[in-house]
Structures are given as C-alpha cells and as structure tokens.
Design a protein around this ligand. Sequence first.
Ligand code: TYD
Length: 396
Amino acid sequence: MKKNYYNFLDLGNQPLANFYIKKKNLKKNEKKYRLKIRFDKESKLVSITKTFSSKTMFNNEYPYRSAMSKTMKNSFLKLSKEIKEKIKPKKILEIGSNDGSFIKNFNKDMTIGIEPCANVEKITKNKRFNTYPNYWNVSLANKILKKHGKVDLIYSANTISHIKDLDDVFKAIKIILSLNGTLIIEDPSLLECLRNNAYDQFYNEHIYVFSYLSINNLVKKYGLEVYRVDNLEIHGGSIRYFIKSKEKKQKIEKSVINQKMKEIKFKLNSKISYYNFAQRVKKSKELLIKLFKNCKKEEKKIIGYGATAKSTTVLNYCGIGKDYIDYFLDTTRDKQNKYTPGTKILIKKYSIKQMKNVDYVFLGAWNFKKEILLKEKKFIKSGGKFIIHTPQPKVL
Ligand code: TYD
C-alpha cells in the first residue's frame, strides 16, 4: 500500500521543551525523543511523529505565562474589544486559558476557562474566575454543558495544536458551541514557519503546525467552515481562524480565499515545499554554528535572551551549549535559576545588570523581536548585538 505521509525533517534527539532543569537534577538523565516532522498528503496536516501524553507535558509545574509579554497582552485586549463590538457573545469559553490574559477582559460571569496545568489555573481560580483544571475533551464538554449550558463563542490560542486527538477536540467543541456560535482558533502559521525557516516551531508540545489548508480539511468533517482568516505577528507568525457552522448564514470573507491562494502558491499542498524547507534548515544549522564559532574565536561574551521552548529545538539541533552561551536571561519566574533542557545552560532572572560586558545576545524569544529590541535600545546603542537564527542566522 502506498504511504500517504512523508517524513521530511529530522531535528535529532531532543529533550522535552518546557522541562527546565532544577540544579539538584542536573546529573539525572533527561527524557529524550527523536524529533521528526511529517506531512500527510491527504489531510495536509504537518505533525511531529513522536508524541507524549498531555499528562506528561502539561502538569502542575508548567512554566509558560501569557502575561509575560506586552505583545500577547495587547493582542488579547485588541481581540476582546473586537469580540465585544462585533460578535457580542453572551458566554465565552476559552480552551487553554493559561493565566487568564484573555478572559480577564470580560465579565467574570460570562467566561469559562479550561486550563489543565493546575499551577497556572490557580491564578484565575484565585481571582474567582470560572476555570477548570482539566484537559479539553468530550467528557469535560458534557460536564460543562450540564453546568453552564451552551456557549456562543469559543476561543483557543496556541492550544489546539498541542492536543493529539483532534477528533475528540472538535467533537467536544460541537457539544458546547451553539449553532449560531463562533469558534476562534489561533496557532502558529505553517506558511510563515516555512517562509522564515523557523524550524523551532517544532517541539514536543507543537504536535501540529496548522495551515489554512489543513484546518479547513479538519473542520469540514464536523460541519464547520472557516469564514475569516487574520494573519498575526504573534509567535513569529500566527493565523487566527474564525469558524462557524455551515448552516449559519454568514459571508465567507475574502481573507479566506487569499490565504488559500497564498498557501497553494507556496505549494503547502505538495511535498516539494517540505523537501526544500528541510534543505534550508540544514543550511541554517551550518550557518548558525559558524556564526557562534566566529564570535567565540574573537573571545566575545554571548548570552541568551528568552529561554523559549523554541530555543530548546534550535540549541539541541545545532549542538550549541554552555561552550558558547554563558547564561540565559528570562522574565518568567518558574524558569529562573533552572537550566535549559538538554544544553543545561543556567537561566538567570532578567536584569539590565546581567547585560553588562555582554557582546552578543542570542535571541531565543525572536518572536518578540520588536518588543525586546525596543526594550534593549541602550544595550544596542552601547555596541551590544543580537544574534537571530530566522529567517537566516545573522547578527542584527
Ligand atoms: P514564548 O514566546 O512563549 O516562546 P515558546 O512558546 O517558544 O516558549 O516565550 C518567550 C519567553 O521569553 C518567555 O519565557 C518570557 C521571555 N521574555 C523575556 O525574558 N523578556 C521579554 O521581554 C519577553 C518579551 C519575553
């Protein structure tokens, strides 16, 4: 039988991306897996081949907080204003509500949040939001339906792509979303990932990197359709899909056909694009290693900025560790004084003092380039330089 998938990229042995290491565990063996990427010719879905259970990845030590960046907070605020003005929902459910950065823009009695990482969910529960420390699935949807009734808006940012069983995800959505309701999904864009050689969009949590083509194939199985598409700069290029039931009379906006044409033009529906991407990724690795080696030859001091899940993929794939990067700086409390997965580089609390005598800064959080370069104007003015790996490894 002919295979209907094509493995196109091998990013080597990788640790779990958000598993920052405590000092006392530095000598312990880390869980590792082979990070390979697959394109399914039929569904057009791009996914990683080895996955871990949600319970392993999203537990009560999960470090990610949406509120850590102004960019994210502003994006949620802007969307919330638009929802209030244009969609005017009565009840909103958010799948993956994290620290409440989105739902806090609405009245508490009209929102329900689902956040399986109990340490993060506690933040909203303590503020008396209706949040549940559970994984999104059919049984939870039934429980919520009984308690709260149907909702007319579901929002989910950077969460659906983290859940392996998409059939269960959409069946659960169908249970709780009213027929006239709106589903808004936001995730990294495959087109932007390929265009920018951002291979670090792939790590254990990003089981899928969606395109319009794959999302459209997916939702139509559940009687849904995309009626609007917004391209966002968030997370290095994301797409916000506005989805409705097929029965609901509402115009399909031009942005949908535009996105479809862009993706077809880039050949996201055929394996050549993925083959070419894999070649570019190999080249990118060579260039980044060369760049780091050159800096070290000149005895420059390099640190990292933003110990992201994405940088776990880059550093482990390229074999860039403590020999090159003295330490990382990060504003997330749960990452500080821990070590980066695989490469075991110390993560320090961000402070301007820690940037003194630093020549180069590897921008792990390149997705917040604008925000960070603005914040670090003084460092740049005094001769400090940033290293970035996308779209090509270079010194900014
Ligand atoms: P994130 O964008 O969530 O990337 P990933 O999903 O790949 O983990 O992480 C951004 C990280 O960068 C987060 O740990 C916070 C940190 N950060 C800073 O330290 N300073 C900053 O100014 C910004 C914007 C982010």
